[in-house]
Design a protein around this ligand. Structure first.
Ligand code: NAP
Length: 244
């Protein structure tokens, strides 16, 4: 039986690369997204054209009811959920004194609560089969301080911590939980930065380039595969040496 993977925020960026890669690895992939209908359709098209299997599912993963509905529908359709990649996340850079409650809530709701909501629903489906893998996309910002990122860093620090605790709780059910923490990756999130900021950040990366989405997907693929069967509770950093 093909494994079934749900990748949140898979209409573009890192999530899309993970969805495409997991489909290449032989999984049926659910391409979750919240607003970019055409981009999500394009992800599915790309997977199908390469001979893979995928469906798109529109749901805001910071909304518990929408998350419950998505997991129920997917479990009803496929009868199983084997892999969850918690990836949908946003950045709202603001210096502490400028920080608005709206941005604080948005980041917390998606980057932290959304990860819990999806993990809970996935685990409910994985437990009975005594197997499953969860990969939480974190960030190097959880390990190093960048001015203006206190909220984003806090959410990603929470991701690393929840990963450890979930791994300990869920090992007895055969479920592994790990986090992957990229540095700067070439996606809309980094593209949106001012050119000056990008140059400044690039100077700090020992490998002198930003990561490609495929380089992140390679690590996620490994973490989702049986090749990493003895790794749980860890955060793998891929940052070109940035945090050293
Ligand atoms: P991105 O290019 O901005 O893509 C974000 C994806 O998340 C899109 O598919 C978007 O779909 C989806 N999304 C946004 N809000 C959502 C919601 N409420 N519910 C469901 N899906 C939602 O982002 P990215 O750069 O690939 O980042 C992905 C993850 O990697 C994030 O967790 C981010 O923190 C982490 N990360 C990124 C970098 C980097 O340099 N890019 C570095 C370290 C960590 P719609 O457009 O349809 O909403």
């Amino acid at each position: 039986m093909k494994k079934v993977a749900i990748v949140t925020g898979a209409s573009k960026g890192i999530g899309k690369a993970c969805a495409v890669r997991l489909a290449k690895d032989g999984m049926t992939v659910v391409v979750n997204y919240s607003s970019s209908d055409e981009a999500a359709r394009e992800t599915v098209r790309e997977i199908e054209e390469a001979g893979g299997e995928a469906v798109s599912y529109k749901a805001d993963v910071s909304d518990l009811e929408q998350v419950k509905a998505m997991f129920k529908e997917i479990a009803d359709k496929y009868g199983q959920i084997d892999v969850l990649v918690n990836n949908a996340g946003i950045v709202r850079d603001e210096y502490l004194l400028m920080l608005t409650e709206e941005n604080l809530d948005k980041c917390m709701d998606l980057n932290v609560k959304g990860y819990f909501y999806c993990a809970q629903q996935a685990v409910l489906k994985m437990m009975s089969r005594k197997s499953g893998v969860i990969v939480n996309i974190s960030s190097v910002s959880s390990k190093m301080a960048l001015a203006g990122q206190s909220v984003y860093s806090a959410t990603k620090g929470a991701v690393n911590s929840m990963t450890q605790t979930m791994a300990k709780e869920l090992a007895r059910y055969g479920i592994r939980v790990n986090a992957v923490a990229p540095g700067f990756v070439l996606t809309d999130m980094v593209d949106g930065l001012p050119e000056e900021k990008k140059k400044e950040y690039l100077k700090e990366v020992p490998l002198k380039r930003f990561a490609t989405v495929d380089e992140v997907a390679n690590v996620v693929s490994f973490m989702c595969s049986d090749e990493s069967s003895y790794i749980t509770g860890h955060t793998v950093i891929l940052d070109g040496g940035l945090s050293l």
